[in-house]
Write a protein that binds this ligand. Structure first.
Ligand code: KG4
Ligand code: ZN
Length: 360
């Protein structure tokens, strides 16, 4: 179980969406790890005029930026490629052109420097961040809330994940981004809504709470976004701050209700374990959501762990850490590993499932 392992030093590369990122992390399983460098170049300015991420612009910007970002991550860690034990690159899911850029760079570095390659699932990287920062033990219940994802996952071990529920339409971050656009707040919408919501009245508008009370762990946000659009057009007396506060409160009520269901299911599946809850992904940066879930965890006896905000949004330190966990288990990949636009986390395998063999 707790066999002592040599600390590994891994270079991580992340390009699945609009952050061009590279990081060097050193550590051994089960964590925590030491982040020796964590360089994140956000392309927000490139995409802002379009009100959202433009895939072709993202791919081109990754090509232009990545070499410099990798060099900086090594320089800040005061290491050269020779000091690195393995290269970890996100291989999906994400925008395919964007994923391809980082994965190809990872493969080239692996080949050129003769270092083993780990192809990382971006969702698994988000899931394992709580081990990088707080040594969170398996199993735990993960709520992954980001611009592209909104799902509950029971994390049983490395590469062993069970999906409890996801969204049937928009991801939660998408709901923030689209509602912000309707309010004329620009991109990215989540932080802008959170700021504005502090000045508004969350009870001013009676917005829908989709899925509340259902006996499953699923989400739906399309109707809520439509209601926000309706409110911004037909209720001229309501301030944008009130709309933002009412929207954010509706989202929080939905997430709390869905999490209560997920808690029940998780307890039924893991009756003998200390229940642990991890929230990760960009929307986990939302302070109002964090405190609502912290209250719920305290009431329901779940130990909660949420990575610091800088490690909740996309970064390469989480990719490097996922690389350390996989490398420590002997799970390496070869140069034929394809980039993937779609790669559900429950399709992964780990040392227990694959018997130590490479996953496909
Ligand atoms: O994990 P992430 O950086 O990228 C994806 O993998 O999607 O998440 C980005 C998403 C965006 O939709 C952004 O609006 C949202 O996270 N976000 C927030 C906040 N900060 C970022 N949503 C709500 N409140 C925030 N403070
Ligand atoms: Zn992400």
């Amino acid at each position: 179980m707790n066999r002592p392992l040599r600390a590994l030093t891994v270079l991580g590369i992340e390009t699945s969406c609009d952050e061009t990122a590279a990081a060097v992390v050193r550590g051994s399983v089960p964590g925590p790890g030491a982040i020796l460098s964590n360089v994140v170049f956000s392309q927000i300015e490139e995409h802002r005029p379009f009100g959202g991420v433009v895939p072709e612009i993202a791919a081109r910007a990754h090509v232009e930026l990545l070499d410099g970002v990798v060099e900086r991550s090594l320089a800040e860690a005061a290491l050269s490629l020779a000091d690195i034990d393995a290269i970890a690159a996100t291989a999906g899911p994400g925008l395919i052109g964007a994923v391809m850029t980082g994965l190809l760079t990872g493969k080239a570095l692996s080949l050129g420097a003769r270092k083993p390659l780990v192809c990382v699932n971006h969702l698994e990287a988000h899931a394992l961040t709580a081990r990088l920062t707080a040594r969170t033990a398996f199993p735990f219940l993960l709520l992954l809330v980001s611009g592209g994802h909104c799902q509950f996952v029971a994390a049983k071990g490395l590469g062993s994940y069970r999906l409890y529920g996801t969204t049937i339409d928009d991801a939660i971050g998408e709901a923030f981004d689209k509602s912000a656009k309707l309010l004329g707040l620009g991109y990215p919408g989540g932080p802008a809504i959170e700021r504005l919501a502090r000045e508004g009245n969350p009870k001013r508008l009676a917005l829908p709470r989709p899925m509340i009370g259902r006996e499953n762990a699923e989400f739906s946000f399309a109707g809520l976004k439509t209601a926000v659009g309706h409110a911004t057009r037909s209720k001229p007396g309501v301030s944008p701050a009130d709309v933002a506060a009412s929207f954010q409160q509706a989202v929080i009520d939905v997430v709390v209700d869905r999490t209560q269901f997920a808690f029940r299911r998780y307890r039924a599946d893991h009756p003998d374990e200390t229940p642990r809850f991890v929230m990760a992904g960009g929307v986990a940066a939302n302070a109002a959501l964090r405190s609502a879930l912290a209250r719920l965890c305290a009431a329901e006896g779940f130990a909660m762990s949420t990575p610091p905000v800088s490690l909740c949004t996309d970064n390469a330190a989480m990719v490097a850490w996922a690389g350390i966990e996989r490398a420590a288990a002997g799970l390496f990949d070869d140069l034929s590993f394809p980039p993937r636009a779609r790669w559900p986390v429950q399709e992964l395998t780990g040392p227990d499932i694959a018997g130590g063999a490479r996953r496909s």
